[in-house]
Design a protein around this ligand. Structure first.
Ligand SMILES: [Zn+2]
Length: 418
């Protein structure tokens, strides 16, 4: 039996000071030790809660394993306190069949240190034309469907997919909401800065138009729709209005959209290039407020590893995306210093959206031992990562709050040495 003693435990009634006891893959007691103890960690002053669940990670495996693979990606996840990671299907080949889903699960079962949850593509080869066999993939346990990286723009195709998804319990149609005509050729938010620097822009209208169309079809079909990496305030207004009308819609935001905006882009740091782009300060503030208010359900990393040589080639030519698994919790802690926000947006709600049953539960006797210990006072400056890539905007920036320990199914898969 492993004990985590003197922590602040995020339980069903909120945070309480107590001890947590783990036997096998289960939390067996909160409070006094129910039997002989083998191992104890003193976690005084630290938060103990359910392991984080990432709705949006690019593990690059199969196809681009020089950037990341199931081992390095899940080690990075464990270091960031994640016990389950939804793997985006824009691999090579794209995850668009039951065989490919099962192959990923089998390899993850052998190699990965936390749970890998394959998402499946919406369309064959992610080409936006022919819907995948949603029913067969759902039967194989897939819940999140997305062509992430590209928005499915064909009205008939997305309508057919949403009609099918509406009949499948727990199925979620997730979209990378960027209308391709409006966003074509752009590298940053279209505005004063892009004009001044002469960099092609992507207007917020690209996201707004995509989400507006998707919400109309979600409303008509009854499908559950998920907005990936929301970037602008006007999209939030659409979502709020749709929710009021009873549309089943959930929203994620990335850590970098909460922390950075066009005000940080003067230097054209390629580690601040991602799609959708960073927006204006007012958008960033609106995203933080919407997260605190609960309009945004989850923080998802959009962990997108690239090697240095793919990033340090000038802003326009730089690969898109940044890594995020190892720094996400610190960023969310910085938003509100609030255990409910931390475990709600990084664990309980994303676990529900992705349908991963053994994750995201408040800690109590009988809950699965997928746990994280988070030290809210620890200051640290990321210098290197467990990820195979290091394209992080947080390199060399001080953060407050750090994951100290991660337990996956009762085993310690990451422990920070102070
Ligand atoms: Zn995306």
């Amino acid at each position: 039996m492993i004990g985590l003693v003197n922590g602040v435990v995020w339980g069903p009634g909120g945070p309480v000071r107590s001890d947590v006891w783990v036997e096998g893959d289960t939390v067996v007691a909160v409070g006094a030790a129910p039997g002989p103890v083998e191992e104890v960690r003193d976690v005084t002053g630290m938060l103990v809660g359910p392991g984080f669940v990432d709705l949006h990670a690019h593990l690059r495996d199969p196809g681009q394993t020089w950037k990341e693979d199931l081992v390095s990606g899940t080690r990075a996840a464990a270091a960031g306190g994640f016990t389950a990671v939804v793997a985006m299907p824009n691999t090579t080949p794209a995850t668009d069949t039951v065989d490919l889903v099962e192959d990923m699960r089998r390899r993850a079962g052998l190699e990965a240190v936390v749970l890998v949850v394959p998402a499946a593509a919406l369309t064959v080869r992610r080409e936006g034309k022919e819907p995948v066999d949603l029913e067969a993939l759902h039967g194989a346990g897939v819940r999140v469907f997305t062509d992430d990286g590209d928005w499915v723009s064909d009205d008939a195709v997305i309508e057919e997919l949403m009609m099918a998804a509406a009949r499948l319990p727990g199925a979620v149609i997730a979209q990378h909401a960027e209308e391709p005509v409006l966003s074509a050729g752009g590298h940053m938010h279209e505005g004063e800065l892009s004009r001044r620097l002469g960099v092609a822009g992507i207007p917020p209208a690209a996201e707004h138009e995509a989400v507006a169309r998707d919400l109309l079809i979600a409303a008509a079909t009854g499908a559950t729709y998920h907005v990936q990496h929301v970037s602008s305030a006007s999209t939030l207004d659409l979502v709020a209005e749709a929710r009021e009308r009873g549309v089943r819609v959930t929203v994620e935001v990335t850590p970098h959209h909460l922390d950075f905006d066009t005000g940080d882009l003067e230097s054209l740091d390629p580690n601040l290039k991602m799609y959708p782009p960073l927006r204006e300060p007012g958008d960033r503030i609106a995203l933080r407020e919407a997260l605190v208010a609960g309009l945004i359900d989850a923080v998802a990393t959009d962990h997108a590893p690239h090697l240095a040589g793919e990033k340090e080639v000038g802003f326009a030519d730089s690969a898109r995306g940044v890594i995020g698994l190892e720094t996400a919790a610190s960023v969310v802690w910085g938003v509100g210093q609030d255990p409910d926000l931390l475990f709600g947006s990084l664990s309980a709600r994303p676990a529900r959206i992705a349908g991963v049953g053994r994750h995201g539960h408040p800690v109590e006797p009988g809950s699965p031992a997928n746990l994280v210990v988070f030290d809210p006072d620890r200051r640290w400056t990321p210098q290197q990562f467990h990820s195979r890539s290091a394209n992080s905007p947080y390199l060399g920036r001080e953060l407050t709050g750090r994951v100290a320990l991660t337990l996956y199914e009762g085993s310690i898969v990451h422990e920070e040495t102070p």
